[in-house]
Design a protein around this ligand. Structure first.
Ligand code: NAP
Length: 369
């Protein structure tokens, strides 16, 4: 049986991963080990079978004994441990949710419903590093990967509406704390239907601007507002999150020549579902029903939502999608710019298809080889 070390299992992505592995019975047929940078020697998580005590995730000798290492610990950990392990001669498979190794020439970004042939070819030529993609990119490709595969996309913009969870657990807590602060201060006015709306509005703004309002994680109010900047600045004025849209999409698809992709990434007050509005320049005039059939047939999770108010509000929102693997795609229509221009909106749980699911499935691919 393959020895598999799971690192980062206590974190947000790691917890979702372990939950998914239990529900898909992924622990059968492997010998699992859990490792942590802070909990070595403690009891491992309850996965319905005996597991050894938690190992030290920085112990290179322990890690060198593994056939597969799956880490959701983060890039700092990867940068520290991965080079030392390979230098030590370790030839096992490294599966990683963090971005550190994503753009390396000898790594593959995994999203098997979209790029299984790229993964299979990489395995045949001996690639050992399989890295989960950026959440927004993975969710976008789960939704409209079929249009890319058919060569129907000349260029694309993606304007995103990204959830707090993309920044981590502390940020999710801060969003809720901000909401609670606003609600608490407005309570008296809210319970009085006669209270003036402008007074209520002023009250909310005062709360958001007060020193007591928690903004330590995001650096600005998110509840009642939005943040049009995610991650570091790139030299060309993009943010790193926006840069990933082009770089990672083309790497996942092994697209040659690369397809132009750009957009603006925006943080909104959703908990764990990212949404995005795409403007697509088609390579030819394709009827909307044909586009819908193509999108629908791409994988078992994607689902066309009819372009009506009722269907969009029922099925095309973070609240409807959170905690599920569904990838609804809606608001599909030709834009005023002409028949080659398509508008599309999609939503997905960024902790599932955006983070844990692609790496979980990569482990499954290795297990079943
Ligand atoms: P996280 O929740 O901050 O967890 C990372 C590590 O923090 C844990 O494995 C744990 O390591 C440690 N930790 C310290 N105190 C903890 C506590 N009270 N509860 C739980 N863990 C605690 O990180 P994450 O959001 O899962 O992200 C992990 C990696 O996945 C990052 O590289 C991130 O970029 C990537 N990723 C994240 C997302 C996302 O949506 N968040 C999406 C795609 C990829 P020890 O056991 O060693 O102490």
């Amino acid at each position: 049986m393959q020895k598999v070390a799971l690192i980062g299992y206590r974190g947000m992505v790691g917890s979702v991963l372990v939950e998914r592995m239990i529900s898909e019975n992924d622990f059968s047929g492997i010998e699992p080990f859990f490792a942590s940078t802070s909990q070595a020697g403690e009891k491992g998580p309850d996965i319905g079978m005996e597991v050894p005590p938690v190992a030290d995730a920085l112990d290179i000798d322990f890690l060198s004994g593994m056939d597969i290492i799956l880490t959701c610990q983060g890039s700092d950990y990867t940068k520290k441990v991965y080079p030392a392990l390979r230098k030590n001669g370790w030839k096992g498979y490294w599966i990683d949710a963090a971005s550190a190794l994503r753009m390396n020439d000898d790594s593959v970004i995994v999203l098997d419903p979209v790029n299984r042939p790229v993964i299979d070819k990489a395995l045949q030529r001996g690639v050992l590093d399989f890295i989960g993609g950026n959440c927004t990119v993975s969710l976008m490709l789960m939704a409209i990967g079929a249009l890319f595969r058919k060569g129907y996309i000349e260029w694309m913009t993606s304007m995103t509406y990204q959830a707090a969870s993309g920044s981590g657990a502390k940020n999710m807590r801060e969003l809720v704390a901000q909401m609670a602060g606003i609600g608490h201060n407005a309570e008296t006015m809210l319970s009085d239907p006669a209270a003036g709306i402008l007074a209520l509005d002023r009250n909310v703004l005062e709360t958001m601007k007060s020193d007591a309002f928690e903004t330590g994680q995001f650096g600005a109010p998110l509840a009642g507002s939005l943040l049009p900047w995610i991650d570091a600045k790139m030299e060309n004025g993009q943010t790193k999150e926006e840069w990933k849209g082009f770089a990672e999409t083309n790497k996942i698809l092994a697209a040659e020549p690369p397809i132009p992709i750009d957009g603006i990434c925006v943080r909104i007050g959703a908990m764990r579902c990212h949404s995005q509005a795409m403007t697509i320049k088609l390579t030819k005039d394709i009827p909307v029903d044909e586009i819908e059939d193509l999108i629908q047939s791409a994988n078992e999770w994607v689902r066309i939502v009819q372009n009506t108010k009722e269907d969009s509000l029922k099925s095309l929102t973070p609240a409807a999608v959170t905690g599920t693997l569904e990838i609804p795609v809606g608001r599909i229509r030709k834009l005023n710019m002409g028949n080659h221009y398509l508008g599309v909106f999609t939503v997905g749980d960024q902790l599932l298809w955006g983070a844990a699911e692609p790496v979980r499935r990569m482990l499954g691919i290795l297990k079943n080889r």
